[in-house]
Design a binder for this molecule. Structure first.
Ligand code: ADP
Ligand code: ADP
Ligand code: ZN
Length: 212
């Protein structure tokens, strides 16, 4: 299975990608996680990406395209779920080319549909594990011990870009740049619209149904 998850910030891409990764044994490829890790380590990529990530803006296409190109060339994933890439039409075209080179076909593009007010509620309560990247929510998915990751015991953090002002920025970037991928993949017969509201397991069931 080779999938792309598409949807606004906070729609549940990371949460569902992690479940799909574990349950269907797909490689979970998250450009957000890769970029945040690079920023944290202060690598050359991280230093270039940092102002964009912190400001809620898209990192330039060439940087993320190169990153994905290398990932697929060096460690070709046979089965994967893309989380947060592609995010612009230029990235979608670059990704098409990478997949063609590697003789990999996409099975589906899952579009998680979530209302704007629910998105704000989700992002303002999101806590993430800086170690294993698990994601929690203060009310809808609280960790067993407050402030501590269920899976690895690391202290949870709130993302800097989940502040209200930056969330608004990210939503407008989504509408301006990423939303155009919906007609692109629909036109290729790959788009599956999935209701992204309801509890996490229900959304997972919706995703699986959309794939069969
Ligand atoms: P994205 O990767 O699309 O930005 P996340 O998967 O990180 O989204 O989810 C954003 C926040 O919403 C997290 O705090 C997560 O725990 C929570 N969340 C995810 N799915 C649901 C859901 N179906 N219902 C309620 N909260 C959810
Ligand atoms: P979310 O799913 O909550 O929107 P991500 O973790 O996917 O957040 O992305 C966080 C930030 O990382 C983005 O705001 C952007 O700065 C950068 N980023 C991630 N993926 C991409 C991408 N494909 N193209 C450009 N920037 C990206
Ligand atoms: Zn953890």
């Amino acid at each position: 299975m080779r999938l792309i998850l598409l949807g606004p910030p906070g729609s549940g891409k990371g949460t569902q990608a992690k479940l799909l990764g574990e349950r269907l044994r797909l490689e979970h490829i998250s450009t957000g996680d890769i970029l945040r890790e690079a920023v944290r380590k202060g690598t050359p990529l991280g230093r270039q990406a940092e102002p964009y990530v912190k400001g809620g803006l898209l990192v330039p296409d060439t940087l993320v395209n190169d990153l994905i190109h290398e990932r697929f060339r060096d460690d070709r994933p046979e089965r994967f779920v893309m989380d947060g890439y592609p995010r612009t039409l230029a990235q979608a075209h670059a990704f098409d080319q990478v997949l063609r080179q590697e003789f990999l076909d996409l099975n589906a593009v899952i579009f998680l549909v979530v209302a704007d007010d629910e998105i704000v509620r989700r992002l303002s309560g999101r806590w993430t594990c800086p170690n294993c990247k698990a994601t929690f929510h203060i009310t809808s998915k609280p960790p067993r011990t407050p402030g501590v990751c269920d899976e690895c015991g690391t202290s949870l953090v709130q993302r800097e870009d989940d502040r209200e002002e930056t969330v608004r920025k990210r939503l407008s970037v989504y509408h301006q740049n990423t939303a155009e991928l919906i007609p692109y993949y629909r036109g290729r017969g790959l788009l599956r619209e999935v209701a992204g509201e309801g509890d996490i397991e229900q959304v997972y069931v919706n995703v699986i149904r959309a794939l069969s």
